[in-house]
Design a protein around this ligand. Structure first.
Ligand SMILES: Nc1ncnc2c1ncn2[C@@H]1O[C@H](COP(=O)(O)OP(=O)(O)OP(=O)(O)O)[C@@H](O)[C@H]1O
Length: 447
């Protein structure tokens, strides 16, 4: 933070002065601008580590500054000053590319953590990081560009996509490619925490606050302090917890169960679910205000069938990983195995590819994976040969998905847990798919 160069843009002299004093005390170097045009001139003359700008000013607003900065060679993070409680403007600023926002009146600890975050970005920008996301298809290149654009922002991102498409990996990439990389990444499966333990899991508890609380516990928010909290399957949060989560996100603070004081936390929030959050809001199962707060930016992860040109790279990536883990040589794919994979639709996406290859890796002989090792029925692959005739992709996929699910359930005598495992999806995912396609397990006969 020492010697960080900060530009303060505000039309009110007393706010400029107040910010200058606070930032100078923190060891930063400050410049000030009283209008948007004044700010443009300063930005053109000097390089900054952070721009702190007011929203509403005569002759232009903070959003103009965000857009202007994006055209500069050196693009310092821009943080917006917003009136307390004006979430809409804050969200608009984040969407436009602001790194973060601070509510007025400005709390010094929040200002400090904001400046620290911004200075970190200036440092990490110097060293671009290798992407975790394997693939060179157009959708993956686009995804990687979006990750690079969003990884340094505090904007909450809602990562949408089918089961197994790589949502958690995208969350990890957003964390590890950004300025928070050295801090913790804490993934949490919201559907897996029992409702009665949820508050204590998220916010921590004090010793003795309930039966079983034998010692103080920090909770997920504090464990992720300085880093990123990834709320997976966020649609599974009970409504009562949604209220508490919203409060913690808005206040940037948490109070442990049985605790007296609220503790400030600096956590970036990412979330994902394979459910359609808009439908969940409409059905009254997900709070609109929380949806609005989490879904500042939506990052869709494409299903594997929309990036089949990545299959060879992904296959190679997984086989190399299995071989390294087993300390043996990497098997090759026979031509027929390659063909079989390229004709398959992968309803379980990349996780399914990974599972198919892992099984084949264990089964194959003489370092060669044959089509039979993949365990994909001829039926499925032949059916996919007729993709040229598809005139409604959603209907076609629903028919396919139905057949895959029914076959898997027939093989396991209707055991959903086992069928889910064989398909490379979670139990929750199979339950969701069966509901969506109206498949009644009791009506499925064993072959
Ligand atoms: N582009 C990719 N490159 C390499 N590995 C990938 C890629 N995408 C996904 N994977 C791998 O595939 C597996 C499934 O990905 P991930 O768990 O991120 O999916 P998900 O969408 O979060 O699944 P779910 O909806 O079931 O929670 C993981 O092992 C992940 O590392």
């Amino acid at each position: 933070m020492k010697d960080a160069r900060i530009l303060i843009v505000d039309d009110e002299a007393d706010i400029r002065e107040l910010l200058e004093i606070a930032l100078l005390r923190m060891g930063a170097n400050t410049s000030t601008a009283r209008s948007v045009s004044d700010a443009y001139a300063k930005l053109n003359e000097n390089e900054f580590d952070l721009v702190l700008t007011d929203m509403k000013m005569p002759g232009g607003d903070g959003l103009d500054i965000i857009r202007h900065v994006q055209t500069l060679k050196n693009q310092p993070p821009v943080a917006m000053l917003t009136a307390y409680g004006n979430t809409e403007l804050a969200v608009e600023a984040l969407k436009a590319g602001a790194f973060d926002f601070v509510s007025k009146p400005i709390a010094l600890d929040k200002l400090r953590s904001l400046v620290e975050g911004a200075v970190n970005i200036s440092k990490t920008n110097l060293a671009p990081k290798a992407s975790l996301i394997v693939g060179e298809s157009i959708p993956v290149q686009k995804l990687r560009k979006q990750i690079a654009k969003l990884c340094n922002s505090m904007a909450p991102v809602y990562i949408s996509g089918e089961s197994g498409s790589g949502k958690e990996l995208v969350a990890r990439a957003l964390h590890s490619e950004g300025s928070r990389a050295a801090q913790p990444f804490v993934p949490v499966n919201c559907g897996a925490i029992p409702a009665e333990l949820m508050e204590s899991e998220f916010f921590g508890h004090k010793k003795g606050s309930f039966t079983g609380a034998h010692s103080d516990k920090a909770g997920l928010f504090l464990s992720a302090n300085g880093g990123t909290l990834f709320l997976d399957e966020v649609a599974d949060l009970p409504l009562a917890m949604q209220v508490k989560l919203l409060r913690a996100i808005q206040e940037r603070g948490v109070r442990a169960v049985g605790g007296e004081v609220e503790q400030a936390v600096d956590v970036r929030i990412l979330c994902a679910t394979h459910k359609n959050l808009v439908d969940e809001v409409e059905a009254g199962r997900f709070r609109q205000d929380l949806y609005y707060r989490l879904n500042v930016i939506e990052l869709p992860v494409p299903p594997l069938r929309e990036r089949t040109s990545d299959l060879p790279m992904l296959t190679n990536h997984f086989l190399a990983r299995f071989a390294a883990r087993a300390e043996c040589s990497q098997p090759a794919l026979s031509e027929s195995a390659r063909q079989t994979l390229s004709h398959y639709a992968f309803p379980g996406n990349i996780r399914e590819l990974e599972n198919i290859l892992e099984r084949a890796f264990t089964l194959c002989e003489d370092d060669k994976i044959e089509a039979a090792d993949l365990g994909l029925s001829a039926n499925t692959t032949q059916m996919l040969d007729s993709v040229d005739d598809v005139d409604n992709i959603d209907e076609f996929l629903a028919v396919m998905e139905r057949q895959v699910l029914i076959r898997a359930l027939e093989k396991t005598q209707g055991n959903r847990t086992e069928a889910a495992k064989n398909l490379g999806i979670s139990f929750r995912s199979i339950r969701y798919r069966l509901d969506r396609l109206n498949i009644n397990v009791d009506e499925i006969d064993a072959p």
